[in-house]
Design a protein around this ligand. Structure first.
Ligand code: SF4
Ligand code: MSK
Length: 657
């Protein structure tokens, strides 16, 4: 007998509960009227699996999958006898391996491109920043005196290739790690040899029946994550700067209002700057501009999103339409004539949304094809063959626009592009370029400490809200904030990346910002550019007065709305480097287990940093500021100062600002 099933009504939460981004709210309302579903809707209707959220299950072999009980974690073991600590540590390790692999593969692509540019096989890209080439080469001991750029670049390529392929020894950028930090890594056996080897070994160790000691697994997690932070990601950043230019402060525009109704709008979304750089060439091609005008457009408007957008935002001030959780809703404007993607953080859900608005969704990287999207392969030997074609497709769509266009009238401004080189120059001036003024201001207490607030947005957290509230709380307490990835876009939309935002900072930080003319929140690049924060931390140690290791510094990190495995890997390399790192939203671990205690307490006793977790921005701020103050006491630079607690009227003032 047929049983009649009741179809459950899809749950729809009020848009104000989903995001504080007004443009995204408007587009979510429109999507609902248009009958279009987004990740926000799917998250509301997909309860996160509680066993997976606790990391209490294992499917590493076919005797399982095995499911343990989070409420009684030691009451049961897997069929092979694996304990909850082994299972959680292995799951965590595989996230580190996957996240590290993503950054490492990206970095290796940049290095491949560099090699082909240096040996003259690729002519469409050149070395844009020879000074950076020399300084990176010098930092790892390559002779630059009286040598040609080609000689230096060839040596640099050969050295940096070891970051990935070396099987024994230490990765080249280990030379940049403060001496005492490196000493501790050597003592613990976590100095990376080569990224491929570390990722391979971590995958091997987490196979059924290999490493079943959570502490030992965590060591290899650290070694692999460090191969990302001080290897894969750092190479990606440095080579991108050499090829495309090192960022310095630029005035920028963000939010969906950067789309133009009367122009051909093209969005680039993903992570690798080479695609975007070629797209910049294509949209400036006179024949294509002529074609766009012949189609009735006033011009071609190139816009970034996510980390691709962050790369060119800080280098060329290309406008940015929004972060990860706005990539579907931006299509709902109907104004996007093509969305072009490469790798990482590209939701499969984009295909359906793009279809609804007749927008071509174009994949370009052989690693990332999506069923239903158009694939135009991007070849660095002839990059414009792909990007010109994207422009032509966008012009065709412009000519045949059918969708009703509604662009939110929201454009925010900011100043971004604070590479660690620029921070050096900005604080020290051209005669005294150094981190000394930063360290002095930390020692004299004007700046209480430095925080890295980074990472994604996630539909399980109100978009941008935790980022913004947390950063307001930090700067109010004189903590200088450095930002990468999608987080900096949240703060730019909230108006906190302008020098004028200094009035929201505590008195000490405000004074420094006003003297230098800088914002209290410094946007420094994409998620691979977290390596810039590592270099800044190393410079602070080297400059002196703030201890001997990164773990001594009054600094803390946070990814309050993270979602990706890359973020877990980033978190682990910050922790392994010595930084207290707090994550929000969720953490795949059961409290009151040995593995939890190991990550959240014991790593610090081994000379590393440690993990923290909280979902409230105020609690995260309390944890980070508490850690910064603890470090100030240990350094003997604590002054009688109280943390400023915001009351409701303070919050109202800030909101009104
Ligand atoms: Fe179960 Fe052990 Fe196999 Fe994991 S490795 S699925 S815990 S039997
Ligand atoms: S894009 S990893 S959502 S920061 Fe780098 Fe943004 Fe996170 Fe992707």
């Amino acid at each position: 007998m047929a049983i009649e099933k009741k179809t459950k009504e899809a749950k729809q939460l009020p848009v104000r509960d989903l995001t504080i981004c007004e443009a995204t709210q408007q587009m979510l309302e429109k999507a609902r009227l248009d009958g279009v579903e987004t990740a926000f809707d799917r998250a509301a209707n997909m309860k996160a699996c509680p066993i997976g959220a606790d990391s209490a299950c294992c499917k590493h072999c076919m005797m399982g999958p095995c499911r343990l009980n989070a409420k009684d974690p030691y009451g049961k073991v897997g069929v092979c006898g694996a304990t909850i600590d082994t299972i959680m540590a292995r799951n965590f390790a595989r996230m580190v391996a996957a996240g590290g692999a993503a950054h490492t593969d990206h970095g290796m692509s940049m290095l491949d491109l560099f090699r082909e540019v240096v040996n003259g096989h690729i002519k469409d890209y050149t070395i844009k920043d020879p000074h950076k080439l020399e300084s990176v080469a010098q930092s790892i001991g390559i002779e630059t005196q009286d040598r040609t750029l080609k000689q230096i670049a060839t040596d640099l390529y050969n050295e940096l290739e070891r970051t990935y392929t070396q099987v024994e020894g230490e990765i080249p950028f280990a030379k940049r790690v403060p001496e005492k930090t490196l000493e501790n890594w050597r003592k613990r056996g976590v100095v990376p040899r080569g990224a491929m080897r570390e990722i391979m070994e971590l995958m091997h160790r987490t196979h059924m029946g290999v490493d079943q000691d959570y502490e030992n697994i965590t060591l290899q997690c650290s070694r692999t994550a460090l191969a990302d932070g001080w290897g894969g990601s750092m190479v990606a950043t440095e080579i991108s700067d050499i090829l495309f230019g090192t960022p310095s402060p630029v005035g920028i525009e963000v939010n969906m209002g950067v789309l133009k109704e009367n122009q051909v709008n093209i969005i680039v979304h993903g992570h690798e700057p080479n695609l975007f750089e070629s797209m910049i060439e294509s949209v400036n091609e006179p024949s294509l501009i002529k074609e766009a005008k012949a189609a009735g457009a006033m011009g071609i408007n190139l816009v970034g999103m996510c980390c691709s957008g962050a790369e060119v935002l800080v280098r060329h001030a290309i406008p940015h339409a929004g972060n990860f959780m706005s990539t579907e809703t931006v299509l709902v404007t109907g104004a996007v004539d093509a969305m072009c993607v490469d790798v990482q953080c590209i939701k499969q859900g984009l295909v359906k949304v793009a279809e609804c608005y007749n927008t071509p969704l174009i994949t370009t990287n052989p690693r990332c094809k999506i069923e239903g999207a158009t694939h135009l392969n991007f070849e660095e030997h002839d990059p414009k063959a792909c990007t010109d074609n994207v422009v032509i497709k966008a012009i065709t769509r412009f000519k045949n626009r059918k969708a009703k266009i509604q662009i939110p009238r929201k454009v925010d401004i900011g100043v971004h592009g604070f590479s660690h080189e620029y921070i050096n120059y900005m604080l020290g001036g051209s005669f005294r370029a150094s981190y000394t003024p930063l360290n002095e201001n930390i020692i004299n207490g004007r700046i209480r400490g430095v925080a890295g607030v980074v990472g994604c947005t996630n539909p399980r957290t109100k978009q941008d809200w935790v980022h913004v509230e947390l950063v307001k709380e930090l700067i109010k307490n004189d903590v200088l904030v450095l930002q990468t990835g999608c987080s900096q876009i949240a703060l730019a939309k909230a108006g906190l990346t302008t020098p004028e935002a200094a009035h929201l900072a505590g008195p000490g930080l405000k004074e420094v910002c006003e003297t230098v003319g800088m914002p209290p929140v410094l946007g420094i690049g994409s998620c691979v550019d977290n390596s810039r924060i590592l270099i800044a931390a190393s410079e602070m140690v080297r400059t002196g007065g703030l201890g001997d290791t990164i773990a001594d510094l009054p600094v803390a990190g946070c990814a309050p709305e993270y979602m990706s495995e890359k973020a877990i890997c980033i978190g682990q390399y910050f922790v392994a480097s010595g930084v207290f790192t707090v994550f929000g939203t969720t953490f795949p671990i059961i409290k009151e287990t040995k593995f939890y205690k190991h990550l959240f307490q014991d790593l610090e006793k081994l000379g590393f940093g440690k993990w923290g977790f909280a979902t409230s921005p105020y609690e995260i701020a309390r944890l980070m500021i508490g850690h910064i103050d603890k470090k100030r006491i240990e350094l003997g630079i604590d002054k009688a100062r109280e943390r400023v607690l915001m009351d409701m009227s303070d919050r109202r003032d800030i909101d009104a600002a």
